[in-house]
Design a protein around this ligand. Sequence first.
Ligand SMILES: C[S@@+](CC[C@H](N)C(=O)[O-])C[C@H]1O[C@@H](n2cnc3c(N)ncnc32)[C@H](O)[C@@H]1O
Length: 267
Amino acid sequence: MVRRRFLLGWVAAICIAWCGTDEGRIWKAYLEWYRRQPIAVSDLRQSYLDHLKRSGLGEAEARERSVIVERLSRERRDELHPLFFDRTYSSAAPRFHTGPNALLVESVRELKPGRALDIHMGQGRNAVFLASQGWDVTGFDFSAEGVRAAREAAARAGVTVTALVRRHEDFEFGRAQWNLVVMCYTWVPLRNPYIERILESLKPGGLVVFEHLMDQSGSERAAPWLPRPNELLRVFSPLRILRYEDLRAEADWSWRPERIARLVAEK
Ligand SMILES: C[S@@+](CC[C@H](N)C(=O)[O-])C[C@H]1O[C@@H](n2cnc3c(N)ncnc32)[C@H](O)[C@@H]1O
């Protein structure tokens, strides 16, 4: 009896290991395919099915694999997010405003340059602008393509920017480090520990410049990085709020006018 249980245990363990490896292989192949898809491809499910069939899989097998990939995509969103932005930044036709953010340009016009942090810097449009104005700029983003583009843009502009591939959660913000923190369309959840770490990292007298699309759904389950009405006033209340706007306007990261929130606040 004990021997039978032992054997069954082994068979189960081998099955789990085999399935795990197989799923690992399927997922790896999917990520390879996914990161090469132009951002304009919207029906990824159908495109992937077509790709699998072109690669020689039969209809049933391709569908079975696509179901596995859909489940893994839900379970492993964290792995897909940076690749989604890689697809965005390697696109020949960017779907966002590639010049510096207007609120940032206006906010730093009268400031003496110091140390600036560009959170989720993307392809570096704001970091390169600040560096060209004499700021000592550090930026980070989890999209390797974005950071690569930012480094190239800095080199083309003849300026120095410290551009790092980092997940937000792994970045060392430090304490009282920055004279300016840029939060433009960052997707940073508007809650602690995210906000706490950012505020701690500002020098006394330092500024936060924030702009983002707002939540339109009103749902409790809305993305935590989309400000609700007046939410920024609460989130940044430890700072002195110099400017706050909630308006419909051209948004840097949309191709139609959107509801956006803007804030400038000082520590
Ligand atoms: C809408 S884009 C804005 C990029 C840039 N700030 C701009 O305004 O052009 C959002 C950026 O956040 C980055 N991002 C999102 N979540 C992140 C995380 N947890 N860690 C690092 N970067 C992240 C994405 O890679 C993307 O570049």
